[in-house]
Design a protein around this ligand. Structure first.
Ligand code: KIV
Length: 262
């Protein structure tokens, strides 16, 4: 999947699927399922590193996981998520760090922010780095929002988010993630920009959807936002398997003869 092919899906009215992955094993499974794009999300700070938010994730963390995913992905678009303070301070930081993602094997980067980030997006696009925008409940601004709260419910905020989306499009972003905003606002934005919108907690009218893999698989249940649909219950399955293993070892049932060498 190339960037032009990804964008063509909007024109063809083919809904896009994006899922996060952080390692080779899951990246292979995600690819086998035919998912169009893999986001190496900074959500790894929460689901892999066990932190309360994404703010402590570093460029080194992100590059390590990007290499693992990009090393096995053969068909899916791989998008590296720029961590907090890797692009906010200066154009130079943003360009250098985005370039490191591409050198690690990503095809594109994602960053959070609208009109304020547009200049950065334009600078990166100019040097050939495809950028995905991210608007709405942007997790790197969690402290400013006072928690993970739906954004764009008031008319002025909704209008600002629509302007942000247009600014990102004008700056050359190839797609925009819309997170935790009213479905009606996501529909308006989707209709008013020509680039794909990828929703998470933004209703059914976006051009595609993204979910955090461990949420989708029912592996992470520390908190489950309303917009998450667990398509499997792998935490429950893992617990059951581990308890059975412990029980069988304690009872001398494992290993049996068939699991032993002679
Ligand atoms: O880091 C991440 O996983 C994300 C998605 C939730 C969009 O930014």
């Amino acid at each position: 999947m190339t960037i032009p092919e990804f964008q063509q899906c909007k024109r063809d009215k083919k809904r896009l699927t994006v899922v996060t992955a952080y390692d080779a094993l899951f990246a292979r499974i995600v690819e086998q399922a035919g998912i169009e794009a893999i986001l190496v999300g900074d959500s790894l700070g929460v689901v892999v590193q066990g932190k309360a938010n994404t703010l402590s994730v570093t460029m080194d963390d992100m590059l390590y996981h990007t290499r693992l995913v990009a090393g096995v992905a053969q068909r899916a678009l791989v998008i590296g998520d720029m961590p907090f303070m890797s692009y906010q301070a200066s154009h130079e930081d943003a360009l250098r760090n985005a370039g490191r993602f591409l050198q690690a094997g990503a095809h594109a980067v994602k960053l959070e922010g609208g009109t304020v980030a547009a200049d950065r997006v334009a600078a990166m696009t100019c040097v050939g780095i495809p950028v995905m925008g991210h608007l709405g409940m942007t997790p790197q601004s969690v402290n400013r929002y006072g928690g993970y709260k739906v954004q764009g419910k008031e008319l002025d905020r909704a209008q600002a988010l629509l302007s942000d989306a247009k600014a990102l499009e004008a700056a050359g972003a190839f797609a925009i993630v819309l997170e935790a905003i009213p479905a009606e606002l996501a529909k308006t934005i989707t209709e008013q920009v020509t680039i794909p919108t990828i929703g998470i907690g933004a209703g059914p009218h976006c051009d595609g959807q993204v979910l955090v893999l461990y949420d989708l698989l029912g592996l992470f249940d520390d908190f489950v936002p309303k917009f998450v649909k667990p398509y499997a219950h792998l935490k429950a399955d893992a617990l059951q398997a581990l308890r059975r293993y412990k029980e069988e070892v304690e009872q001398g049932k494992f290993p049996s003869d068939s699991e032993s060498y002679h």
